[in-house]
Design a protein around this ligand. Sequence first.
Ligand code: ADE
Ligand code: ZN
Length: 332
Amino acid sequence: MTSVNQKWLNALPKVELHLHIEGSLEPELMFELAQRNNIDLPFDSVEQLHSAYKFSNLQDFLDIYYQGANVLQQEQDFYDLTWAYLKKCESQNVIHVEPFFDPQTHTDRGVAFETVIKGITRALNDAQVKLGITSQLIMCFLRHLSEEAAFATLKQAEPFIEQIVAVGLDSSEQGQPPEKFSRVFAEARKLGLLTVAHAGEEGPAEYIWTAIDDLKVSRVDHGVRAIEDLELMAYLKKSRIPLTVCPLSNTRLCVFDNMSEHNILQMLEQGVCVTVNSDDPAYFGGYMTENFVALSESLNMTKDQARKLVLNGIEASFVDDDRKQEMRVMLG
Ligand code: ADE
Ligand code: ZN
């Protein structure tokens, strides 16, 4: 077994499949955008904001996260947000990304859908040209809102459908089962979109089953509670339906008390297609490299395991076989 260090992990080519673009809003940019858009923040300094980032569950975090997103108003704000994330990716050798965006977080405040998607996609296109980072964009529905609101959002997305690869489902999980959105996901599939959903983060393994059976997801976001259901574990191994796991997020939101208790390597060794991702890096203490470093420090992840996790990410990505092969070659 070879030991893994931070430098090696940073240089390792990586793929990110579970990243909320609004969750990459660093405090410094949040203050800059608040000033640019004349918005009052309920915090006086970056330090004060950082000290508010102590969460005991998902809802605690979401309350602060939606508040932070209020500073995003103009197309340029969405561009700057996305570009800052992509520059971070460049510095950590992240070669392909599939970010989520939450249109309802913005349209419910009066920001046009078009403003949001144009800013984000302009940055993604620039990153492909200037940084060589490829991407696919995923539009999430907020599951605490109604099915009707999700349908209205899908309608707004139709003129931009070519820019979106899949729909997803995020926000408060408890009491919001995936099947609430079965019909809207069916409509999205008819439009040619793939589907993913957050399931089994705080919610039960049952939600992973319904995400698969009712929403026909290609990947499950988080899914760590699959381990509570042996039959589901067997199904995930056999089907290779990937889980986009977010280690730092899971410990910051108390899904696991300690990183040393995280089950990602256990699932990897059992043959589940698990991948490493950062979720909301500005809020959870790190981007891709920091997530890999945490696994190395707390779970003694080997180089071989780190490479397997990246290979799973490549397998799970929504790109064609040529790009997948290119990325495998980059991994060496
Ligand atoms: N939105 C942003 N991050 C999320 C998470 N970890 N779970 C559910 N919804 C989210
Ligand atoms: Zn997430």
